[in-house]
Design a protein around this ligand. Structure first.
Ligand code: M6R
Length: 610
């Protein structure tokens, strides 16, 4: 959460920082601010609201100076108002700081500062750190030493960038738990929460490591640990193109990302799937192939949409590889002293690769000796780097806060992973071939769904003003129901619940009346008849049924109020195709309700705090 940009070079810093902040707004959009070092001192402009709100009241290009920092906030401590917006300064207004993370012991530090006579202008933990650095600077007389000494006392997480009028030709960055990358230009350097904020200026980046600091000047940069031991940094090339992080003619990133799925899904199996042999090659897993072969149990850990993908993964892996699978919310897993054995394989699924809970869960699993695999989208992200081996999703940058293409790519990778393990065990080449053939057809089948959105728009129009929705599915489609409900909640603020369809009669059926739309995912699989019975039960209580069904299903229009047809695939792959209309339904309902689809209230794309 929170996006950070810092710049030192020869260009006017403020517009460059602001355009970087716009690319980072998916990380938080409660308030925005910039601070530029000018000959008159620090000029700070910050406001509650979005970056464009700041731009509307401040003439950003007119802010002179070529060293600066900026921040877009997702509030943790203190409401989103002007005072709590970053950058924050020390008491004298000579040192400015932007921060992403949580200073857990800020109250202890604050008390110490207050008893020394310091006062505060905001409710944030971040200001406490800025003031603390300022106090230390007074005795140490050196910015780097002041930052280092302050961070040695800090508990919690931080990605920070600091600049000071005392040492105007330098910015200092440091991280623990919150990502930061350095952009390496020609006579100019950037620091940012991720590559999207620097790619317009340079493709050369350094991923700052845990507990690392960087000192950036116009003539170069150095990295060292927070404890002051020099480190060796590796310059890498950004793995995506600028166009991939632009809206490209779509009204919203979410819609663009929904429409990218035929391509992103194919990218997930390109060069991996061998349909002729019914096998999969996952090069990233080579270092742990023996561990996988011997695994007695697989634990999947993730949050949100990635956790839903993990639930589908459980069904797939148990079906194909016959290895017991447990799926854990990372936030629960990390705190409940889980039983983990050395022959367990833990899979962390994450689009961003930065989710704090998932990261903590894999650290716990590694500590207990498990082999840890990442299924991550963002190349070079912390989870990707901290796992023993992994498989990238290859979905490209996902900007919309509501995850869409990353989910289908996760299912693509999980299906292949299950087949990969299955072929080591009992799955025959012929069975593998059938699955691979079906998987290869998915991109074209997604395209067919995307070519026919009018019925979905009409349903969205009819139900946009209801207060509740129920989503029901069975087997592979129970997680798809959860995911459909999450999409709707996130972007339309309609209360929605996902349930296994058979559980309805154990409680949720009490909610059914003529005001309750129920979305059923009803492919023609081995439990189709049971789903039809569940639909009848809803209809008998005047509930309104929206069914997602196979395109050759002639029966279902007779029992459902509305049918969204999707192409037929094998049962294992049905949640992939079902998720496309569920994404579109949520999108069009949110549009009907006038919601901000890409930046829903209270949410951020990358949840880097607990
Ligand atoms: O980046 P991750 O996949 O680790 O993120 C996990 C969740 O925060 C994420 O899936 C969240 O639930 C999305 N907003 C869902 O659309």
């Amino acid at each position: 959460m929170c996006g950070i940009v810092g710049y030192i070079g020869t260009q006017t810093a403020a517009p460059l920082i602001v355009s970087g902040l716009k690319r980072l707004e998916y990380r938080g959009y409660d308030s925005a601010g910039v601070c530029v070092l000018s000959k008159d001192g620090l000029r700070i402009e910050k406001r509650a609201g979005r970056v464009k709100d700041l731009e509307s009241i401040v003439d950003i290009p007119s802010i002179a100076g070529n060293v600066g920092v900026g921040h877009t906030r997702w509030a943790t401590h203190g409401v989103p108002n002007d005072a709590n917006a970053h950058p924050h300064t020390d008491q004298d207004g000579n040192i400015a700081l932007v921060h992403n993370g949580i200073i857990e012991n800020y109250l202890t530090i604050k008390k110490k500062l207050e008893s020394a006579g310091y006062t505060f202008r905001s409710d944030t933990d971040s200001e406490v750190l800025a003031v603390f650095i300022g106090m230390l600077y007074k005795t140490l007389g050196n910015l780097e030493a002041a930052v280092r000494t302050a961070l040695a006392e800090v508990e919690g997480t931080f990605g920070i960038v600091v600049l000071s009028v005392h040492e105007p030709d330098m910015i200092i960055a440091a991280r623990r738990g919150s990502p930061l990358i350095l952009g390496i230009g020609d006579g100019e350097y950037l620091v940012a929460s991720d590559a999207s904020a620097v790619i317009a200026h340079t493709r050369q980046v350094v991923y700052l490591q845990e507990n690392e600091m960087a000192i950036l000047t116009r003539s170069g940069f150095s990295t060292k640990t927070i404890e002051n031991v020099d480190t060796r940094s590796v310059v890498e090339e950004i793995a995506f193109e600028l166009e991939q992080i632009e809206r490209g003619g779509f009204d919203h990133f979410m819609l663009k990302e929904i429409y990218e799925q035929p391509i992103t899904f194919r990218d997930g199996f390109r060069g991996r799937l061998n349909a002729e042999e019914g096998s999969v090659r996952l090069g990233g897993l080579a270092p742990v192939a023996d561990k996988l072969r011997q695994a007695k149990r697989i634990i999947i850990t993730a949050c949100g949409t990635s956790w839903h993908a993990g639930l589908v993964g459980e069904y797939l892996i148990e079906q194909l590889a016959r290895i017991p699978v447990e799926v854990e919310y990372a936030s629960e897993f990390r705190y409940r002293n889980p039983i983990i054995n050395q022959d367990d394989v833990v899979i962390a699924i994450s689009q961003s690769g930065e989710t704090a809970d998932t990261l903590a869960a894999i650290r716990e699993a590694k500590l207990k000796g498990a082999t840890v695999i990442g299924m991550v989208n963002v190349v070079g992200s912390t989870i990707a780097r901290e796992t023993d081996a992994g498989v990238y999703l290859h979905a490209g940058p996902e900007i919309g806060v509501a995850s869409t293409k990353a989910f289908t790519s996760q299912l693509c990778v999980l299906t292949q992973f299950a087949l990969f393990l299955g072929r080591m065990k009992a799955v025959s080449a012929q069975q593998g071939k059938e699955l691979a053939d079906a998987l290869e057809q998915i991109p074209e089948q997604i395209t067919r769904i995307l070519d026919n959105v009018e019925p979905i728009k009409a349903i969205a129009h009819e139900y946009a003003q209801v207060s509740n929705f129920l989503y029901l599915g069975r087997g592979y489609n129970f997680p798809a129901a959860l995911e459909g409900a999450l999409k709707l909640k996130e972007i339309s603020y309609i209360h929605a619940e996902g349930y296994p369809a058979a559980e309805m009669k154990h409680g949720p059926i009490a909610l059914i009346d003529e005001n309750m739309p129920v979305v059923f995912i009803a492919p023609k699989d081995e439990i189709y008849d049971k789903i039809i019975s569940n639909i009848e039960e809803v209809r008998a209580r005047n509930g309104r049924v929206i069914a997602i069904a196979d395109d050759d299903d002639e029966h279902i229009p007779r029992v459902a109020n509305h049918v969204i047809h999707v192409p037929r695939t094998i049962p294992m792959l049905t949640p992939i195709l079902a998720s496309i209309p569920l994404q579109l339904l949520a999108y069009y309902i949110a549009l009907e309700r006038g919601c901000n689809v890409d930046m829903p209230r209270n949410l951020a794309k990358s949840v880097t705090v607990e």
